[in-house]
Design a protein around this ligand. Structure first.
Ligand code: GLU
Length: 298
């Protein structure tokens, strides 16, 4: 008798690097680019670029191109063409409209001050108004309350229940699409099988998992890398003026980023592609420190 095969074919590995064009690439973003690239390539997977350019007030003119040129100078080769989130707003709005119609999202006009008075976690009051608002921010009706997940490097992650249960914002009151909505719709759209990024987004992953569940999408796996900080609690970022990495001399920063990730250094073989090839061949996931933050010298 024929038996039905229950084997599920493994998902092809697709990774990504998703910079926001709010400034030049710095050592912190190089770590995220390198970690996601080495993980994807060492597994024979694809590596995509997504430019997260849906927050015009935070954008720096020319930064998106500069980031791509810097990645090229460091030998990164991506699959396909970069996806710009600014081209995806119709898809975000369509999904948002669907969620509103299905009572899986609602408008909220509460101010920051009101939310502070609620103890910092929004209590869902606008969802239960007799006459609901039709303008303001849009919040997800969060029924999933995902408070934990297993990270492929950091292990079991747990967040506060109140945070996990919050009806978080998916469209801002200024009309901009929230990061949480855009990132989930695009990771799903691009078929990302594992998200590799910094530990600053560990908590965000719980929110994203709640959104995956609401949307009925299969979530990716997660792998969060340690953050580089100059002082405890302050990761290197464009906001605290982290220095741009040197496009003309990639080897020192590349080796510093490899060392940060617990990997062996690469020799200067005259070509950055060869250096990345060597780094890919040497890549060992288990060597990455399982620390959410590592202090570095300026
Ligand atoms: N665009 C975000 C950043 O530059 C990263 C988002 C993500 O990797 O999910 O911090």
């Amino acid at each position: 008798m024929a038996t039905l095969s229950t084997a599920i074919s493994p998902r092809p590995y697709v990774g990504r690097f998703a910079p926001s064009p709010s400034g030049a690439l710095h050592f912190g973003s190089l770590i995220a680019a390198l970690g996601s690239y080495l993980r994807a390539r060492s597994l024979g997977g694809k590596w995509l670029i997504r430019m997260e350019d849906i927050d015009p007030p935070r954008e720096v003119k020319g930064a998106a191109d500069d980031i791509l040129r810097t990645l090229e100078a460091y030998g990164f080769e991506w699959d396909g063409t970069p996806l710009y989130q600014s081209t995806r707003t119709a898809a975000y709005q369509a999904k948002l409209d669907e969620l509103l119609v299905e009572d899986k999202a609602y408008f909220c006009q509460c101010s920051r001050k009101q939310i502070q008075a609620m103890g910092g976690i929004y209590d869902g009051r606008c969802h239960h108004l007799a006459t609901q608002h039709t303008t303001g921010a849009v919040r997800l009706v969060n029924r999933a309350h995902i408070a934990q997940f297993t990270d492929n490097l950091m292990g079991q992650i747990q967040v506060e229940h109140a945070f996990a249960a919050e009806d978080f914002i998916i469209k801002r009151s200024d009309g901009l699409y929230a990061y949480q909505l855009a990132v989930v719709l695009d990771d799903a759209y691009q078929g990302i099988s594992e998200v590799v990024r910094g530990c600053d987004l560990l908590e965000a992953s719980c929110r994203q998992l709640s959104l995956y569940q609401t949307l009925g999408f299969i979530p990716p796996e997660w792998l969060h890398l340690p953050l580089a900080s100059l002082t405890p609690g302050f990761k290197l970022s464009k906001q605290n003026h982290a220095q741009a990495i040197d496009k003309r001399n990639p080897q020192p920063s590349l080796n510093a980023a490899l060392a940060f990730l617990g990997q062996e250094s690469v020799e200067n073989q005259g070509s950055v592609s060869k250096m990345l090839e060597q780094a890919t061949a040497q890549f060992t996931l288990a060597a990455i420190p399982k620390q959410t933050e590592i202090l570095i010298d300026p």
